[in-house]
Design a protein around this ligand. Structure first.
Ligand SMILES: [Zn+2]
Length: 120
């Protein structure tokens, strides 16, 4: 059964989210670049900076992953498969899409995936 999804609304939400993520990545990049200019004589400083960098790269990875999910969701809109769970092929609830417009899975499948991930 096909349902009426407000594609215009979700597309706008996705594009806004993409802009935000791109901005975040750029900000992190700029911070990392500014750190590169620091003269590292003090070992303690160096340790602090490398910890910061680890956190930053983790954040950047997360943002990059989100960016990819947003791109995929936009592609699905073109194909007409937006809002369909990739696992069970059931429609993802609108409430869920409103919270996370790039969601790939419905809540049930999402929970299964999360549980499997924790076991690893
Ligand atoms: Zn599902």
């Amino acid at each position: 059964m096909k349902r009426n999804i407000d594609i215009v609304f979700f597309k706008k939400a996705l594009i806004e989210r993409r802009e935000q993520v791109l901005k975040n990545i750029q900000n992190f990049q700029e911070e990392i670049d500014s750190l590169k200019g620091i003269d590292l004589n003090d070992e303690a400083d160096y340790a602090a900076i490398s910890t910061d960098r680890l956190i930053e790269s983790a954040i950047t990875n997360k943002q990059a992953k989100e960016l990819k999910e947003i791109e995929e969701a936009l592609q699905k809109m073109e194909k007409g498969t937006y809002g369909i769970c990739e696992m069970c092929e059931e429609p993802i609830s609108l409430e869920r899409l409103q919270v996370k417009p790039q969601a790939k899975y419905c809540i049930v499948c999402r929970e299964i995936i999360e549980k499997n991930r924790k076991k690893e």
